[in-house]
Design a binder for this molecule. Structure first.
Ligand code: CMP
Length: 137
């Protein structure tokens, strides 16, 4: 059993896509073991995406991620990290496979509906960024 971290981003929450996206997640045998809605502040968004702070899209990304509510979630299942990345599809929806979340719902490379951890180590760090131990029992 493995855990990964997911964010359903503001472009998706504003179009009421939390339930449809979660149906895809569950259909693929990932269990949603924790879930909450929150609005990120600038410091949280900058901290979460700090590995990208030198990238040209960083300030726009922070503005987008703070523009509305997000749904932060912990997903559990066999090979959860790689499985969720497969279900999400490529970062750029133009390159995403058919029936992936981003192919179905993303608006563009920035407003791409979902985030998922890219490694087990980052999953642990990202989960700890948003959830306390008692929320994950
Ligand atoms: P995510 O998987 O959350 O990781 C970093 C995010 O930055 C990414 O999804 C997109 O929302 C955004 N992003 C990545 N590349 C670009 C880009 N070239 N232009 C704009 N936004 C990007």
């Amino acid at each position: 059993m493995e855990r990964t971290f997911s964010i359903i981003k503001p472009d998706a929450t504003k179009r009421n896509l939390v339930d449809p996206i979660n149906q895809i997640i569950e259909k693929n045998d990932l269990k949603i073991i924790a879930s909450k809605s929150l609005k990120l502040n600038k410091e949280q968004a900058e901290g979460f995406y700090k590995v990208h702070k030198e990238r040209p899209f960083f300030s726009s990304l922070v503005e987008f991620m703070t523009s509305g509510p997000v749904q932060v979630q912990v997903l559990e299942g066999d090979n959860a990290v790689s499985k969720y990345r497969e279900i999400m599809g490529a970062t750029n929806p133009k390159e995403a496979e058919d029936n992936t979340i981003r192919k179905l719902y993303a608006e563009n490379i920035e407003a791409n509906s979902v985030h998922g951890s890219d490694s087990k180590e980052n999953a642990e760090t990202e989960i700890a960024f948003f959830f306390s131990v008692s929320e994950l029992l």
